[in-house]
Design a protein around this ligand. Sequence first.
Ligand code: NAD
Length: 487
Amino acid sequence: MQRRAVVEDVPVATDHWIGGERVESADRFVDRSPIDEAPIAEVARGTARDVDAAVAAARDAFAGWSATAPKERSELLHRIADRVEARLEELARVETRDNGSLLRSHRRSVMPRVARNLRFFADQLLDLPDERFEQERFVSRTRWEPAGVTAVITPWNAPLMLATWRVAPALAAGDTVVLKPPEWAPLTASLLADLAREAGLPDGVLNVVHGIGEEAGAALAAHPGIDRLAFTGSVETGSLVARAAGANLTPVSLELGGKSPFLVFADADLDAAVRQAVNQYDNAGQVCLAGTRLIVERSIYEVFVERFTAAAAALVQGDPRDEGTDLGPLITREHLERVDGFVRRAEADGARILMGGGPNEEVGGLHYRPTLIADAPTGSEILTKEVFGPVLTIQPFEDEDEAIGLANATDYGLAAIVYTGDRERADRVSARLVAGTVWVNCFFVRDLRAPFGGARRSGIGREGGVYSFDFYADVKNVCSAPWSKED
Ligand code: NAD
């Protein structure tokens, strides 16, 4: 009998999805909602054997799927996107109950982006560059061949959006997929499998193995039967999975953590800069890209702090299902304690808490107050390690050189945000910042054709547009001699 949970009135399968069938697991784990810490599902706890079965199913399905005409694959992805749009409200409600992110964000931006991921790569597939190089009458041509079985491992902070960001280009490229969703928010992965089946995706092309990172995740990363590994998560886990994949020489695409700088020059539009800086608390700070280090020119430092703290004080914390809520809970108690540990150690290191600095006892549960920390000693933990909670630091700078020095003073390099009114300064500073993405006078704007990824320890590889196909496809060069003397 198939196991299901009913979450926000939506039935969700809690077994694995392997080879077009729901597969039970001897063991289960309890999935709790961050909203009230209540158990909401008992989910299959995958083992190495389940991973073997999923990789075998994906391997079996590969011959058929990789031979499908690109147009057919493209249409199928669009059909999955149609179903995402038709069930957008249900997906949004289940995701909010499961990971505590705002329902209004899921409705307005995250779930629409899920559909956009699918549609974008469906279209990009039909528009891949047909490269042709000629040298002394020999012609080299590029072919985008399917690579095989792609393993996808995802985090809990935007599970369905981040799953489709990898699954869509992999399927488009002609690969089959084994997805291991996060144990702290696994449910929408099961719904994705349902939508893919309804859309007509052949059995075994997309498989979902639920489970714990150190168990199912580790078994998948180390599996010799996978041809690509797309991992999104922390630097520490990224390093582990890269080592496991390295043993099999499996190519990896790693999208990891960040500690992004948010630079504000005195010539910036201060209203816009303050508004955007406060947005760094979005998703209770559980955003890889968040500009968590505010670096502000000294001449406007005091006024910036004043205006920022006033604006942040107006943020409403509460149930993420309420339209009026700005900040929901952290994902688990364990994570809340981890976040609080960073703040306590920052204080012990001599930093000053300007705002927040602890759990929000009035709201209770897993709510942590938006926190701003000043005067952290150079090189201290709070300035160099990712917290992944609503905790920002602020540092003053005198000039451009100092701003860039502070901005680049971590091992991360995911993103950087620059607010300035001077176009030439924006160019100069962007060139010197170590980051996969620099946003100038904006944040989070994502053109899916543009490259995305992290510098330094924030990741390996770039995805987006053709960059994604460069990873999920095996790019082949066919070099032909002239066919005749006239060629
Ligand atoms: P995590 O690294 O703990 O877990 C990510 C995934 O890896 C989960 O599915 C987990 O089950 C699995 N996993 C854990 N241990 C594993 C192991 N030994 N082998 C294989 N898989 C294992 O990360 P998280 O806490 O879920 O997510 C937060 C992190 O993700 C943050 O560092 C954040 O910055 C990062 N992130 C990065 C991006 C990006 O695009 N660069 C996007 C979102 C989140």
